[in-house]
Design a protein around this ligand. Structure first.
Ligand code: SAH
Length: 201
């Protein structure tokens, strides 16, 4: 999976490649789909949501440039797979999921796999998670029509936000936002299709 789908498409950060090799993706899908867990596409999880394609998970982690001392926020825990990849890279990961059932099941798998540095919180991630802020990196795994201001506010100086931006039912652009003081720069880098980020505010 890593050599063909991830490295073959240009992801080259050795820490990201190692993280992708370490996380047992089959543990994050139902046993009926475990045989497909390493295939080159997203898969359904419960509550009508999806676990992203492996390449996209790696691409987002690479764009977020997560260092070993970084504190990371993920919005949209889903299965917990992305949180596990980020937990391989960072000192700590807080992941927010609005569906209680998904949050509970992701927390259980992450704990079984001994990701002690990953915490799952059930709530509206479009508001970020202020108790853990500021974050060196924020990774949003659901599509936003506009960038939730709370996520920029909770970025550390030099922090990176990676988020699919665009209309929910169509394709979006993965976008890298970097915070420098009160300024941000924004760089779209890959067309994608994600489930919508539900803004409950
Ligand atoms: N990273 C996941 C993929 C998640 S799919 C994985 O590796 O499996 C996107 C997830 O975002 C869904 O589970 C959806 O319920 C969640 N979501 C959507 N809007 C949200 C919000 N406002 N707050 C928290 N989670 C949200």
């Amino acid at each position: 999976m890593v050599r063909r789908q991830v490295q073959g498409r240009g992801v080259c950060d050795p820490r990201v490649l190692a993280a992708m090799r370490s996380v047992p993706r089959h543990r994050f899908v139902s046993w009926t789909l475990a045989g497909d867990a390493y295939e080159d596409h997203p898969l359904p999880i419960s509550a009508g949501q999806t676990i992203s394609q492996p390449y996209i998970v790696a691409l987002m982690a690479e764009a977020a440039a997560v260092g070993p001392d970084d504190r990371v926020l993920e919005v949209g825990t889903g299965s917990g797979y992305g949180a596990a990849v980020l937990a391989e890279l960072a000192v700590s990961v807080v992941s927010v999921e609005r569906h209680r059932k998904l949050a509970d099941s992701a927390a259980r798998v992450l704990s079984e796999l001994e990701y002690a540095n990953a915490t799952v919180v059930c709530g509206d991630g479009s508001q970020g998670h202020p108790p853990g802020a500021p974050y060196d990196a924020v990774v949003v795994t659901a599509a936003a029509s506009s960038i939730p201001p709370a996520l920029i506010d909770q970025l550390a100086e030099g922090g990176r936000l990676v988020i699919p931006v665009g209309p929910p039912s169509l394709s979006q652009n993965l976008t890298l936002i970097t915070r420098m003081g009160d300024e941000t720069t924004s760089k779209p880098f890959c067309p994608v299709r994600f489930v919508p980020l539900v803004d409950e505010s």
